[in-house]
Design a protein around this ligand. Structure first.
Ligand SMILES: [Zn+2]
Length: 369
């Protein structure tokens, strides 16, 4: 069966402004720059590599449709949506609330298309029009909590899609596995009290957001036990992530038995990323993809949808993403040109501190069994 793929030209038109991270500010001597850290070129280059490598010929392209207000309102407050409508209508856009998340004029249209892209892929994966797929959407989503935008994220795309799967496709159990290097705090917030969506986040410990993503943040009420955080020490690479998958992520999925797995696929755990300090290579992302695709075969007849999150290396993200898509299609069209260079820098050895932190997170599995 086919692998679905979503990209839209407008995903490459996200206007992140002229700052590096915070807005350019003359008084603070923050000089304007043409390439914001979250500039959409990084993701456009991923899409172009998918095309230039010939991988696109092995994919079934799916057209993203804009999410409807009611799709957004399943997981976000009406105040948040109204605020995004307001900022989007400003002549030059503006900050959406946290000081680093700029929305350009008309940016709401792109944010709706990003959430809608996640919905469309999930819809086709669940209905078996495609067997699995990758939605290369932008802006990302996992930092956006119920009541706001945050960390370059306007709407929580994976959660919007999971809520759609619950309410419109009739699924009882969905799992969101977030391997973006930053904590999926927004996704955690949205499903905190809800056992119908299992949320698992692997991230660099104490990176972003501040003081977020500890192992003891475990859900509450009915949702107690259905939010798993696996914070890894800085410097973790392929070995740490693979161990976390074997020890926690895959056993959690086997215990929970979701009917659909959504992967929050960020590539900022890569060795070349400027916004974190981890050491995963394209080969590590390939291995994680293989592990979770195989697990989906085992627990939910292969129903798995990858949805793009962060990743800020325009140099390396395309090759990490390409490796994941190759595992979905089963067709290799490219070797990692940096593989030998980066492979010699460590990251393939599991350190004691990494093992200890993963083992500490593994106790959370007891609540799922
Ligand atoms: Zn991130």
């Amino acid at each position: 069966m086919a692998t679905g793929y979503i990209w839209n030209t407008l995903y490459g038109w996200v206007d992140t402004g002229t700052g590096s991270l915070a807005s350019a500010n003359l008084a603070a001597r923050l000089q304007p720059i043409g390439h914001h850290l979250a500039h959409p070129d990084t993701k456009r280059r991923f899409h172009e590599l998918v095309c230039a490598s010939g991988q696109i010929d092995h994919l079934t392209t799916i057209k993203a449709k804009p999410a409807r207000d009611k799709d957004i309102l399943r997981v976000h407050t009406a105040e948040h949506l109204a605020n995004m409508q307001r900022v989007s209508a400003l002549a030059t856009g503006g900050d959406t609330g946290d000081g680093i998340t700029t929305m350009g004029n008309g940016g709401l249209e792109i944010a709706m298309l990003s959430a809608g892209g996640a919905i469309e892929l999930v819809k086709q994966v669940v209905s078996r029009e495609v067997s699995n797929g990758y939605a290369l959407v932008n802006p990302p989503g996992h930092h956006a909590p119920r009541a706001g935008a945050m960390g370059f994220c306007i709407f929580n795309n994976t959660s919007v899609a999971a809520a759609y799967a619950r309410e419109e496709l009739g699924l009882d159990r969905v799992a969101i596995v977030d391997w973006d290097v930053h904590h999926g705090n927004g996704t955690q917030d949205i499903w905190w009290n809800d056992p119908s969506v299992l949320t698992i986040s692997l991230h660099q410990h104490l990176c972003f957001p501040a003081n977020s993503g500890f192992t003891d943040e475990h859900g509450e009420g009915e949702g107690l036990g259905y939010n798993l955080n696996i914070p890894l020490p800085p410097g973790g690479g392929n070995a740490a992530y693979t161990y976390a998958f074997e020890k926690v992520v895959l056993p959690a999925l086997r215990a929970y038995q979701p009917q659909l797995i959504i992967v929050g696929s960020g590539f900022d755990a890569s060795m070349m990323d400027p916004l974190a300090r981890m050491m995963v290579t394209a080969s590590g992302f390939r291995q994680m993809a293989r592990q979770i695709i195989d697990c989906a075969e085992e627990v939910c007849e292969g129903r798995i949808a990858f949805v793009q999150e962060g990743g800020y290396s325009p140099h390396y993200l395309p090759f990490c993403g390409q490796a994941v898509i190759e595992e979905l299609t089963g067709v290799r069209t490219l070797a990692d040109p940096y593989g030998e260079f980066l492979g010699g820098m460590g990251g393939d050895t599991l350190l004691d501190a990494e093992r200890a932190r993963v083992d500490a997170a593994a106790v959370l599995l007891d609540a799922l069994r």
